[in-house]
Design a protein around this ligand. Structure first.
Ligand code: SF4
Ligand code: SF4
Length: 335
């Protein structure tokens, strides 16, 4: 299978690699099946996070015995030196490995967080120590904020950047990727399928892979996803004008106001499963599932009508989605 060089890390990885965020939705057995299927199919780069609940543990349990076959990345939301040092050790133990190829600062989103992580007692200091000790090999950063990642590339401290990029969110292509290439910084693309909502998988992944040197990490939580996603790189061809038009129409339909299922808004003060409410709403309005969705919605322990409009979720959503307004719409349409 084709491999791409991940910038100055020098790692040669599959252009379609493995995003482990959805692992947390799988049972242990399902997770094991998907991880082993991905490895057997030739995927050689897995990306997880401390924040993805038991995803690191599932990687440790099911594929750590084959550690030499893959490169491993994970990330932590810790912002202080002490917190990051602890998280690196936890990740090593949880993923049952003596080293992690890339350890990333997870979703550094604003000036205040940037100042903290880069400061004297900040997370970067811990990552540099971990690198000197051989616990990690490279330092990376992730963010939904392209300006933050541009700044990270310019700082010279990071070997990789991880950013959302898909047919709806295209800014990285204009401002970030050209700069990263000049600095030989590896480019990891999260949410190439918009968090699972872009259903034209082949077109959407080929759209991303058209960008020279990028590596996409679609989330996979079913064995079928492995072959479906890999097909895009195996049969890679540039998009035709007709295919581009098809994706543009899809992007226009989704707009920018859709939930990527990242879960950063959780927990909800009222116990609502916020991403699930967005999914119900989309399936009800866009896919016309006018009977099935109300039936499934009835089974929710806490419904959208329980929203107390505290607004805490909106402060945490990296896409600034109008969650309170959407909860009202769901409550209105689905009860
Ligand atoms: S605004 Fe509503 S949905 Fe958001 S955290 Fe508060 S109660 Fe939950
Ligand atoms: S509402 Fe925002 S934070 Fe919550 S899952 Fe969706 S995109 Fe992520």
């Amino acid at each position: 299978m084709e491999k791409r060089r991940l910038g100055r890390t020098g790692l040669m990885v599959t252009p379609i690699s493995f995003g482990a965020l959805p692992m947390q939705r799988c049972t242990m057995e399902e997770a094991g099946e998907v991880l082993v299927a991905a490895l057997d199919a030739g995927i050689n780069f897995f990306d997880s996070a401390r924040a993805y609940t038991d995803s690191e543990g599932k990687i440790g349990r099911y594929i750590s015995s084959r550690r030499s076959e893959y490169a491993l990345a994970t990330k932590s939301m810790a912002r202080t030196q002490e917190g990051m040092a602890k998280d690196v050790d936890t990740s090593l133990a949880t993923m049952k490995t003596s080293y992690i190829d890339i350890y990333q600062m997870h979703n550094v989103k604003n000036e205040q967080e940037w100042q903290t992580v880069m400061g004297p007692d900040g997370a970067l200091a811990a990552l540099k120590e971990a690198k000197a000790a051989g616990k990690i090999h490279h330092i990376g950063i992730t963010s939904h904020n392209v300006d933050m990642l541009i700044r990270a590339v310019k700082s010279g401290e990071f070997s990789t950047v991880q950013v959302p990029f898909n047919c709806v969110e295209q800014r990285a292509m204009k401002d970030l990727f050209p700069l990263a290439r000049t600095q030989d910084v590896g480019m990891i693309v999260m949410k190439p399928l918009g968090g699972g909502l872009i259903d034209q998988v082949d077109l959407a992944l080929r759209f991303v892979l058209q960008e020279d040197g990028v590596v996409a990490i679609p989330g996979m939580d079913r064995v079928e996803h492995v072959s479906e996603n890999l097909a895009a790189s195996r049969n890679f061809k540039l998009l035709t004008p007709e295919e581009n038009d098809k994706l543009a129409a899809l992007a226009a339909e989704l707009g920018s106001n859709f939930c990527r299922r990242c879960g950063y808004c959780m927990p909800c003060a009222a116990g609502i499963d916020i991403p699930q409410m967005f999914i119900f709403y989309l399936q009800y309005t866009r896919y016309g599932l006018k009977t099935a969705i109300p039936e499934r919605y009835k089974g929710q322990a806490v419904k959208a009508s329980a929203c107390i409009e505290c607004g805490e979720c909106e402060e945490r959503c990296p896409y600034s989605l109008p969650i309170r307004e959407r909860m009202k719409q769901v409550a209105n349409d689905l009860g």
